[in-house]
Design a protein around this ligand. Structure first.
Ligand SMILES: NC(=O)c1ccc[n+]([C@@H]2O[C@H](COP(=O)([O-])OP(=O)(O)OC[C@H]3O[C@@H](n4cnc5c(N)ncnc54)[C@H](OP(=O)(O)O)[C@@H]3O)[C@@H](O)[C@H]2O)c1
Length: 312
């Protein structure tokens, strides 16, 4: 095991957990960072990681946890209503990494590209990054702070898989098990890229090893575009009984949001989720070669198995 730790900042979510497992499997020492020691102890029990509680909005904390590490993954996430704090956290992490000489890989989503100009064209890293609702602007500002100091920015599509909790596709799969119906935002034949988290995290970890990956943005391929209809029949085949697909749009969401604060905060993002999306992943594949990805049908089955075991 290499003595120098790989640091995972904001490790308590699904991305941090999958990255920690992968790095341990690859023989690395891993230091996981989050504000709550209790929470991290619960998440990482038995994994053999070093737990380093820290508030990453404080430069001294951030520098302390990156001390002695040449690589840190930034996986900090927060509810939409708190995103105003994200650029400040990015600034703090960038400053601390400058002091400790740590290279950063920001694991991000695709919000900084929204609104997409032409939804019928695959998204590339060259797409304009301007305008958009406030959550998209804050995400963009945070990414820009890190990129300008030489970080690698990895954009993941929405994902699902074991240990994932907060994702529309994951929720739909949980519903398929419990209620035999999945809900889908937008038209049932609306294709959007979805990633199986173990595959996405493997590509992010591989990308971190390329010196030319830094100071640039990279779209991480999903495991293919998925529609609500596809998800329905894949759940149906996996579970072995009929699964119906119910769609919902802005009107239903607005109504539901009147009783749900998280949904209310998400509403400005909804128009972008009602349009098709696909990724042009030529840039990443040009660097790392073609990627071997689990077919959705296989990874959805694995996710349903994990969800079913958790429900017992
Ligand atoms: N979820 C998705 O579908 C999705 C899709 C694509 C990309 N992404 C991106 O992937 C990244 C990781 O996602 P995730 O879902 O794994 O993250 P997450 O669960 O939303 O957040 C990860 C952790 O960040 C920590 N954190 C927040 N503020 C902090 C601070 N000031 N100091 C220290 N830790 C702090 C939180 O732990 P404490 O509260 O204990 O500090 C939390 O457990 C995010 O950038 C996210 O946008 C997510």
């Amino acid at each position: 095991m290499s003595d120098e730790p790989v640091v995972i900042l904001g490790a308590g979510g699904p991305v941090g957990l999958h990255l920690a497992r992968l790095m341990i499997d690859r023989g690395r020492r891993v230091r996981v960072v989050g504000r709550s020691e209790e929470r991290m102890t619960a998440v990482f029990t038995g994994l053999g990681v070093e737990i380093a509680p820290a508030d990453l909005s404080r430069t001294e904390d951030a520098a302390r946890v990156m001390d002695g590490a040449s690589l840190a993954f930034v996986c900090v996430g927060m509810p939409v209503r708190d995103l105003g704090a994200l650029p400040g956290v990015a600034r703090t992490i960038a400053e601390a990494a400058g002091r400790t000489g740590t290279r950063l890989v920001q694991v991000s989503n695709v919000w900084s590209y929204l609104p997409v100009r032409d939804a019928d064209l695959p998204l590339t890293e060259m797409h304009a990054r301007a305008r958009g609702p406030q959550p998209a602007r804050l995400r963009r500002e945070a990414e820009d702070i890190l990129e300008q100091t030489g970080a690698c920015i990895a954009h993941l599509p929405d994902f699902y898989g074991p240990d994932v909790v907060n994702s529309p596709a994951q929720k739909a799969m949980g519903d398929a098990l419990k209620t035999r119906r999945v809900s889908w935002m937008g038209r049932r034949d609306l294709p959007r890229p979805y990633a199986y988290l173990p595959d996405a995290v493997r590509m992010v970890a591989d990308l971190a090893a390329y010196p030319e990956a830094y100071g640039q943005r990279w779209l991480i391929p999903g495991n293919g575009d998925l529609t609500g209809r596809d998800l329905g029949w894949m759940c149906e085949r996996s579970i072995g009984r009929a699964v119906a697909v119910y769609t919902y749009g802005r009107v239903k969401l607005t109504f539901a949001a009147s009783m749900n604060a998280d949904l209310r905060d998400f509403l400005p993002m909804v128009p972008s989720y009602m349009k098709p999306m696909s990724f042009d992943t030529g840039k990443l594949e040009g660097l790392m070669g073609p990627q071997s990805l689990t077919p959705h049908e296989v990874s959805i089955k694995a996710t349903l198995t994990w969800l079913a075991a958790r429900a017992v």
